[in-house]
Design a protein around this ligand. Sequence first.
Ligand code: ADP
Ligand code: ADP
Ligand code: SF4
Length: 575
Amino acid sequence: MRVAVLNKDRCQPKKCSLECIKYCPRVRGGVEAIVMEEEKPTISEELCVGCGICVHKCPFKAIHIENLPEELHEEVIHQYGKNGFRLFRLPLPKRGKVVGLLGENGIGKTTALKILSGKLKPNLGRIEKEPTWDDIIEEWRGTELANFFREIANENIKISFKPQYIDKLSLYKGRVEEFIDEMGVKGEGLEELMDKKMNEISGGELQKIAITVAMEKPADIYFFDEPSSYLDIRNRLEMAKKIRELAENKMVVVVEHDLAVLDFLADIIHILYGKKGVYGIVAGAKTVRHGINLYLSGYLKEENVRFGEEIKFEKHPPREIRERETLISFDNLRKSYNGFELVVEKGKIYKGEVIGVVGPNGIGKTTFVKMLAGVIEPTEGNIEAKVKISYKPQYIKAGNGTVRELFEENKDKFHLLYEKEILNPLGIKDFYDYELKNLSGGELQTVAIAYSLSLEADIYLIDEPSAYLDAKQRMKVAKVIRRIMEKENKAALVVEHDVYFIDMVSQSLMVFSGIPGKKGVARGPFSLREGMNLFLKDLGITFRRDEESNRPRVNKIGSTLDREQKAIGEYYYEL
Ligand code: ADP
Ligand code: ADP
Ligand code: SF4
């Protein structure tokens, strides 16, 4: 079957000379394979012969044409209008199980969630005459999906949904307690937040509130779209535990890109593959271990489909580099605010190095970096030299203008490699002409990362780059950060809570511990092994290595491996 998709945001008929129509051989032969309808071209999938000329001729790369196996024709679940994105097949929720959806952004995960939760009625690809619920159920007769959707159609299933973007909750005018009351839940575990205003709390706190509200709502099926963004590791694991408990007698479906958390959280995985923004296919159910390994391998064995590059993990810690040039050193720094104190032990940052920074929110990571930058003075202790810092904050807000304007207007502040080593590999130019305000969360995050890495500086502080990025984008970003530091001989501090990302990006680790908002102690940078041991010991968790993929997997607390590893002090790497 042929799928022709027009990206309406990209298509700009006023700025082109309608190349798609002009060069179409069928149009030239008098067949209306592409016509203008309501100021945009419409491609007829029946009349198109799939030559691909319009795809190449369009100056804005707005057209995608794919030839897919004929049998998929029967399995269209939903199509967003003429020449719109198509979703094939659906995951099936299961009582007593946590079902995880895994796939890159723009591949249809949210669409699947919306359909399963009854928010979006699937149209089975019938654009002209939308099917009724009866038609849909008839179409799927005899399958488990038919039973499921009969309940959805009759509103016999109660739904609870934790949406992806929780930043919007901060628009609520009022205190946390009022919000919780309005939602009609108790807000267990949120006692300390109750008196705070919704617009004054952190993203991690908003996330906790959103998850708690969704969990406490009485329902039969629960959806969590990216529950781990902005949470620190301890909170992520606590969240995962609670969701698992919830699933004991309910149906739960999650979308999660932190693979260590997903591994711990889900029982079953459905991988979504295809072409982002064009079509997505939901692969069959796999066990969580096998599913994540397949996703990392980039190859679906059972379906015989290659959908990406392999992501590799090292079983053993990286070898330490001996001779390195110091970029900056610091010695017993102390910074006191009203009610908060940060102590930084002696340490050195080397050129060319990426340092993972781990620790809870509110523990003094930003305070430390501001001292390095000379933005604030330490109360005690000294920093040998002041360095120039480029900073990507945790929360990003889109400014005005397009992506192109952002990069072109600031060109004189960038180092020479920015285009080749940053914009190109991160694919920034794919959305160069988009308004910053219209970017998706993942696109905006990528732009913010690219921008801060492009600036000329000595140290790059990248605070939670993984938020809203899918697992593949995370890997790409990790590679770009490493390469640019190596090539420019600069250093990066990457604050992250996603263990797989830390593993991919960093050569050493700084560990912040203490009591958030009260007292922080910063130690390191250490080697990855030493740092992970210190950090994980504090958290009380250990990781084993998956035999097939070498990826770290959280051990069950108190299991044999957990106890053995704790006894010898190896929390992260095998001996
Ligand atoms: P994911 O959750 O995997 O990032 P989505 O399900 O949100 O993916 O979106 C998949 C694709 O569907 C997007 O790339 C977009 O092009 C398209 N899409 C999503 N919502 C709509 C809509 N309301 N109208 C038209 N197209 C949409
Ligand atoms: P992190 O980056 O680890 O999230 P921060 O360094 O931003 O932590 O903050 C650590 C603590 O210091 C927080 O409790 C914060 O409220 C407090 N803090 C940060 N800046 C100031 C300031 N200018 N005045 C008073 N307190 C501050
Ligand atoms: Fe112009 Fe491309 Fe849109 Fe066709 S698809 S009208 S060539 S921008």
